[in-house]
Write a protein that binds this ligand. Structure first.
Ligand code: NI
Ligand code: MN
Length: 228
């Protein structure tokens, strides 16, 4: 059984057969997060890109849990420098882990990490196709709409798509509805909204518009679990 827990923003915990994969764990400094990073338990941390609202509490959580960070080569190298266990990959590449398969996809966005007034290069942003127990979950990361989502939808049978809808930094609602049409997932969960004033959009408007195109979307409350 695959369980997805929404931790707010772009953060999720995915649980499969006793393996816990934390994605984009931005908890400290996130006004919507309810999970205390000290209490986060995981075996892997998957990072879509290097922005601070995605790397979040990765270093502290990975150290505490002896977890392995999975990300692009540049982020993985930076994490190596922080003394973490890592598995580096890059866009278009897939790898079979003991728990299942991860493939990194393109995302149109940035990836720099700000630390002490410096912008650290963290490679190109990505999305991820995660296949566990025969179910495929697509975490789009932060991205604008791109036509290759149609190809991702053609080549993968996506059970759950996690798509940003907050506008300003990523797709807004109407572009995300078009993304759903391209990807054809069985279910879409909106992410990356409300955390900051500038991305304060109504996820129910997204759900209504997805349903109007005869697809399915569902808003998850922070802390809510979904069985895939
Ligand atoms: Ni970002
Ligand atoms: Mn972001």
């Amino acid at each position: 059984m695959v369980k997805l827990t929404f931790l707010s923003h772009a953060a999720f915990l995915l649980e499969t057969d006793g393996t816990r994969i934390l994605m984009d764990p931005f908890l400290n400094g996130n006004p919507l997060a309810t999970l205390n990073p000290e209490e986060a338990k995981c075996d892997y941390i998957l990072l879509t890109h290097g922005h601070n609202d995605h790397v979040g509490d990765t270093v502290a959580i990975a150290k505490k849990n002896n977890a392995t960070v999975i990300s692009n080569y540049e982020i993985a190298s930076w994490c190596d420098g922080q003394g973490l266990n890592t598995h580096s990959m890059h866009i278009g590449g897939a790898h079979y882990f003991p728990f299942g398969r991860i493939k990194l996809t393109i995302a149109h966005h940035g990836s720099g990490y700000e630390s002490n007034g410096q912008m650290i290069y963290m490679g190109n942003p990505a999305g991820a196709l995660i296949t566990v127990e025969g179910k495929t979950i697509y975490h789009a990361g932060d991205t604008g709409l791109f036509y290759d989502m149609k190809l991702i939808g053609e080549m993968n049978s996506i059970d759950v798509a996690l798509l940003p809808i907050g506008d300003n930094f990523t797709m807004g609602i109407d572009d995300a509805v078009k993304a759903v049409e391209f990807l054809k997932p069985k279910l879409t969960i909106p992410i990356h909204y409300k955390t900051f004033d500038v991305i304060d959009v109504d996820p129910e408007e997204f759900v209504r518009k997805v349903e109007a195109s005869r697809m399915k979307a569902q808003v998850l409350a922070v802390g809510e679990e979904l069985t895939v």
